[in-house]
Design a protein around this ligand. Structure first.
Ligand code: PHE
Length: 344
């Protein structure tokens, strides 16, 4: 029996030594020390031993058991360690791998162009103002010298909400609101960017919703030459120093005299092409000296104060500046179109 125990010990220790997995170790544990394991089986035969032999064999059996348990524990520790190493290796992050690109958004091209225009006018001492998009008939028309029934109202096909409420057709109501707020006794220098609405059928150059920027400068001794100088500075800053401008006489009910500003066509340099419809010039904004009636209605004494106003379309300016051939691109929000301008 002693030999048997020694043989079990030897065999078990070898098997444990050779075992390569935690699962294999568990199996060995069962095979040697389990209820039906070989050591247990041998010990069951103890009853047949003589009284003298029993304690000796018993002690030996305990030693064998202890040795096997110790070997199992040691090996378990080693295998645990190996497994941890393996896991750490598998989960290692390779910091030299290139990262997955993150899609970065950017401002909409119209937002960028409006901010660019704002920066130019802030540099000239203008404040930025805002006004409501749902406007009253009074501020959109009447306060701008367009009384009810005035034929020029037809120039601006209007979305009416009620008889007195409408979607503003231009940003000009903000000039009346701003003057009214200053109570007729302080100079005004403001621009107002925002959305405007007209009952147009959408096509390459029309959209039922588009953007405008209104500008207003009211003070003592403001003259037409101030308007021209301001618009010239603006045009050169936005389109480039070499861009010439010209002012043509025009009509707006809220300005007198009124003008429209053209810039020299970049495509043909004034010779005439399809972009400028053979004229050599491209219209970009309307402007004029604020009508005395508009000043008076807003509480400014037209004998003391004069002013100029202008209104432009950032959509149109962006189209000219970047060669966009259809205004609807700005509102479809196709990322492939929009992302071209993210570094513009
Ligand atoms: N509000 C005018 C328009 O929408 C533009 C304009 C503004 C003209 C200010 C003159 C002065 O057509």
């Amino acid at each position: 029996m002693k030999e048997q125990l020694e043989a079990i010990k030897k065999e078990a220790l070898e098997a444990i030594d050779q075992s390569q997995s935690v699962k294999g170790l568990q199996e060995l544990n069962v095979a040697y020390l389990g209820r039906k394991g070989s050591l247990t089986t041998v010990l069951r035969g103890m009853g047949q031993l003589s009284k003298e032999d029993r304690p000796v064999v018993g002690q030996l059996a305990n030693e064998v058991r202890g040795a096997i348990e110790e070997a199992l524990d040691e090996k378990q520790e080693i295998l645990d360690h190996v497994e941890l190493e393996k896991q750490l290796e598998n989960e290692t992050i390779d910091v030299t791998l290139p990262g997955r690109p993150v899609k970065v958004g950017g401002p909409h091209i119209l937002t960028s162009i409006i901010e660019e225009i704002e920066d130019i006018f802030i540099g000239l001492g203008y404040e930025i103002k805002e006004g409501p998009e749902v406007e009253t008939d009074y501020y959109n028309f009447e306060a701008l010298n367009l009384p009810k029934g005035h034929p020029a109202r037809d120039m601006q096909d209007t979305f009416y909400i009620t008889n007195e409420l409408l979607m503003r057709t231009h940003t000009s109501p903000v000039q009346a609101r701003t003057m009214r707020a200053l109570e007729g006794n302080r100079p005004v220098r403001m621009i107002c960017p925002g959305k405007v609405y007209r009952r147009d059928n959408d096509d390459a150059t029309h959209s039922h919703q588009f953007t405008q920027i209104e500008g207003l400068y009211v003070d003592k001794n403001v003259r037409m030459s101030d308007l021209k100088g301001t618009l010239n500075t603006f045009a050169k800053k936005i389109f480039g120093e070499d861009r010439e401008i010209r002012l043509r006489p025009s009509f707006f009910p809220f300005t007198e005299p009124s003008v429209e500003m053209d810039i020299l066509c970049k495509v043909c340099s004034g010779k005439g092409c399809s972009v400028c419809k053979k004229s050599g010039w491209i219209e970009i904004l309307g402007a004029g000296m604020v009508h005395p009636k508009v000043l008076a209605m807003a509480g400014y004494d037209p004998e003391v104060y004069t002013g100029f106003a202008f209104g432009m379309g950032p959509d149109r300016i962006a189209m000219l500046k970047y060669g966009v051939d259809d205004i609807r691109h700005f509102y479809k929000n196709d990322v492939r179109f929009l992302k071209q301008f993210h570094n513009a």
